[in-house]
Design a protein around this ligand. Sequence first.
Ligand code: ATP
Length: 254
Amino acid sequence: SPLPSLLTATHLSKYFGGIKAVDRASIEVPHGSITGLIGPNGAGKTTLFNLLANFTRPDSGEVIFDGNAIHHLPSHQIAQLGMVRTFQVARVLSRLSVMENMLLAAQQQTGENFWNVWFRPGKTARQERQQRELASEILESVGLSHMAQSYAGALSGGQRKLLEIARAMMVQPKLILLDEPAAGVNPTLINQICNHIQRWNQEGITFLIIEHNMDVIMSLCDRVWVLAEGRNLASGTPAEVQRNPAVLEAYLGQ
Ligand code: ATP
């Protein structure tokens, strides 16, 4: 039987002036899946991510996450419900240590006040210790613990991507939206990133992944949604989508 849906977006639209960036697009992410979102450049994938997490307000449509209508909620409340995203260009803070980036992540995603984060008036020693333990565990699991005290700016581009995903894990999310986890990453590290995604998925985390690297999509995803010109073009298993003539045509036409 089909897995129940964790995230269902229906008929989302976003216009920028005359451009229909996303045009009545729908998507469903089953509980426990690794779901792909692909499409030619400019298809509206990043805009759709922004609509799902309400970084951009949709002109129309609805988003249901884990049984809650979330399209009216601010992003930090969506993060508190368990849905977080990463960015195509990793947003790590170069002049803070890797550990500090991890500790700040939870508060940044869930929208806690910046000054509270620094002075931590409400945070007990026990909470602080738990956060450090969680951060250490996650860094250990992705092979970055030896860099914990280094400036994040000293990381390679690929390691920065890994840190960005590791930071998303700090809120112990149900669903992570990954924007191009393999872009600009060397092949060895791409493999490692894929392995971490699979491991976290086996631990119960659901993923929605935008990715241009078709090998990554083919090896990771249970199901793939294809956008073109802001609209749904196809969805199915990676193999079904890859041999769909309309999908091939959309990619060739770009
Ligand atoms: P890529 O694969 O190249 O990252 P994409 O599928 O993520 O592309 P989007 O970045 O969502 O596509 O862009 C969809 C369309 O919306 C494009 O035509 C883009 O130029 C336009 N667009 C996106 N954001 C804005 C904005 N803030 N203002 C105006 N137009 C925008």
